[in-house]
Write a protein that binds this ligand. Structure first.
Ligand code: GYE
Length: 327
């Protein structure tokens, strides 16, 4: 009896441990062509979340170009930053019995129902770029950036620049999006206690929306006096903010600005002296997602969480790197 109990306990312990690890590997759904499916057998659904930034444009191009090159049939749509549009696009794809869905979720919450529908239809879903809060059992894998790490990297730049403390503003991405949530969290986790975030507002990842947000900040706070720096969640919002700063007579270098993405626009802002660092976020995810899609079709084992390897860019070599930037 005692031995039996001990084994039960061990089993429960092992199962808990496995569950806690999230199961690094997951068995895949199989297509009828398995194990010999080729790219030309694949229909991939990519309900893109929008066209809000240069990052997004590059991400879309990566999927279209890679699909064209590999001979994958791509069903592409643009949800204009609206979750309900992404959900209906996904439902249409489920009805068409696509082989794989790549989902770049505009926000983290609210995917359980449609992910369950895909699962019940036997269509594997790869979450691309931003994360979802849904249970892991509802999707095959996630491929994208470590958004929290990006926020931490931004914080480190402020820590280096302001060892004696400072006040900063935050221009954040789409509320409830994995990218904004992760970056805000990482930023706060690593920022020295003597650096205070005096205000944080969303610019929804767009130039157009960041401009009035920065204007409103400038009405409330005097640059250089009330705040010394700005953490901006993407380059497009940074470019919108620069417009407002220029109009208010702020000069490049007056404020310490750190942005995220590393687009050509971000590199130009470093060359022009506006950004002091740009945390890389790579949008060129097409090849990896298609490759994983094929593995899933063939019933091969895949990595559940694939994080992109990224770095931080600085003004000192921005001009040299700018011509070779792919996005
Ligand atoms: O940083 C931003 C885009 O989700 C990582 O979305 C992506 C973010 C990217 O609009 O430019």
């Amino acid at each position: 009896m005692f031995r039996f109990k001990k084994y039960v306990l061990l089993f429960v312990l092992a199962a808990t441990l496995l569950a806690a690890c999230g199961g690094a590997k997951a068995p895949a759904e199989e297509a009828s062509c398995a194990p010999n499916c080729k790219y030309t057998d694949m229909t991939l659904c990519y309900p893109q979340l929008g066209a809000e930034s240069d990052w997004r444009t590059a991400n879309t191009a990566s999927f279209k170009e890679t699909a064209g090159e590999y001979g994958v049939r791509l069903i592409f749509s643009d949800a204009q930053q609206k979750q309900e549009n992404q959900i209906s696009a996904m439902r249409a794809c489920i009805q068409q019995e696509v082989d794989v869905i790549g989902l770049p979720p505009v926000v983290e919450d609210g995917w359980d129902a449609v992910l369950t529908e895909a699962k019940n239809a036997g269509i594997p879903v790869i979450i691309v770029d931003r994360s979802v809060s849904a249970d892991e059992s509802l999707y095959a894998a996630h491929i994208g950036s470590d958004m929290k790490l990006e926020g931490e990297r931004a914080a480190e730049e402020f820590n280096k620049q302001f060892p004696n403390g400072a006040k900063v503003l935050e221009l954040s991405g789409t509320t409830g999006s994995g990218a904004a949530v992760g970056r805000a969290e990482g930023f706060r986790a690593k920022l020295n206690p003597n650096i205070e975030i005096i205000d944080s507002q969303t610019g929804n990842f767009t130039r157009a929306e960041a401009l009035p947000v920065m204007q409103a900040f400038l009405q409330k706070y005097k640059p250089g006096v009330d705040f010394q720096g700005i953490f901006i969640h993407n380059d497009d919002m940074g470019i919108g903010a620069i417009e407002a700063l220029k109009a208010a007579g702020v000069q490049p270098g007056d404020l310490f600005i750190v942005s995220v993405d590393g687009t050509r626009g971000g590199f130009q802002a470093m060359v022009d002296g506006w950004f002091q660092a740009d945390v890389e976020c790579n949008p060129l995810l097409g090849p990896q997602v298609l490759e994983m899609g094929l593995k899933l079709m063939n019933g091969e084992t895949i990595e559940r969480e694939v994080l992109t390897n990224e770095t931080v860019y600085y003004p000192d070599n921005a001009a040299d790197l700018l011509p070779s930037r792919k996005y």
